[in-house]
Design a protein around this ligand. Structure first.
Ligand code: ACO
Length: 315
């Protein structure tokens, strides 16, 4: 497939590090040094479906298409107020889509998993156009008295519309299943019979282990993907890395031995918006005219699961 249009939406409330240090034992200096984050957009009176709808409409507009042109819709979302119907069905109803809709929960690499799904459907003969929306509010997953997690995240939505083309050159997906390094649990409804563990726990993270996993998975998969495609690092125009932490991106850059100028970032004023981070970055780079036709973009993302993925596409 080929990307025909991109869109994104960020909540209007901006929370700076100074605002966090009013109620947390933290500082701008600690957060900037350890993460590269200065501020983040945080959901206030918006809903997830508002954000996803706006991002989808902007991507459709960028592609010059209508909702009726879309034949398949994948929504990546980790958590929302809706248990059922799915977030994809809710957004589809808002924008007037009438095609199959599915949700995936692949945490931060959700955009790359969604690309894999639409590309493989296309290769299997489903030649229609696809919409991907990644909409996330990790700030609603954190305990806001826990300074080790809540300072890291921001909310938002990113979307792409894809159609006929052969610009997705390859995708690699991976997992190292482990529910102890990055997880959250919430209770379900009680019944007269259920006697199991139904405890609630906000987002828990073993930061250093996640850091090591992220750098290892990203560098290994990017190198393997390029080798699979008989490409070299010299062919890569831009690395579109999941915006989790500037130190993670710097470490990946160092391991790959690549130049700063190939790594666009927006972590400084966005924080980590889970699966929305890659398509938001893509949309912002697209809208500011960074890419030229033929550029090779290599995506890499990693997160809870632990899941990771890399994708190469020609702009
Ligand atoms: N402000 C001030 N001090 C803090 C803060 C804070 N916000 N958070 C933690 N600290 C303190 C800790 O309590 C600890 O204090 P102690 O030494 O007195 O016990 C000290 O800082 C060092 O804590 P560490 O956790 O060892 O700090 P580290 O250098 O590892 O940085 C961080 C923590 C930023 C979370 C880092 O481990 C990291 O970035 N990990 C990857 C996390 C990540 O990006 N996850 C997301 C990827 S997956 C996804 O996107 C969901």
């Amino acid at each position: 497939m080929r990307i025909l249009g991109t869109g994104s939406f960020l909540p209007k409330k901006i929370v700076t590090n100074a605002m966090l240090s009013e109620f947390l034992d933290t500082s701008d200096e600690w957060i900037v040094t350890r993460t590269g984050i200065h501020s983040r957009h945080v959901i206030s009176d918006e809903s997830l479906e508002d954000m996803g709808t706006q991002a989808a409409l902007r991507a459709l507009q960028d592609a010059g298409l209508q909702a009726s042109d879309i034949d398949y819709f994948v929504c990546s979302n980790v958590v929302s107020n809706w248990v059922t119907p799915s977030m994809s069905c809710i957004i589809a109803g808002r924008i007037g889509l009438q095609c199959p809709c599915i949700d995936i929960n692949c945490a931060c690499p959700g955009f790359i998993f969604a690309l894999d799904i639409v590309e493989n459907r296309y290769k299997a003969g489903n030649r229609g156009k696809a919409l991907i929306v990644c909409v996330e509010s990790p700030t609603r997953m954190c305990d806001w008295t826990d300074r080790s997690t809540c300072v890291l995240f921001g909310d938002g939505a990113g979307a792409v519309v894809l159609g006929e083309g052969d610009n997705i050159l390859g995708v690699r997906l991976n997992s190292q299943p482990d529910p102890t390094k990055l997880w959250e649990r919430r209770p379900m409804e009680s019944t007269p019979y259920f006697t199991g563990d139904d405890s609630q726990k906000s987002l828990q993270m073993r930061g250093r282990e996640v850091f090591k996993f992220a750098v290892g998975a990203s560098t290994t998969e990017v190198e393997a993907l390029l080798s699979d495609l008989s490409l070299t690092k010299d062919d890569v125009s831009y690395y579109m890395i999941h915006q989790a932490n500037l130190r993670i991106i710097d470490a990946i850059k160092r391991f790959l031995g690549e130049d700063d100028s190939k790594f666009p970032t927006n972590i400084a004023d966005h924080g980590n918006s889970s699966s929305a981070s890659c398509p938001i970055l893509l949309d912002e780079c697209n809208k500011r005219g960074l890419f030229k036709e033929g550029d090779l973009l290599v995506f890499s993302a990693f997160g809870a699961g632990l899941l990771s993925g890399a994708a190469a596409l020609r702009w």
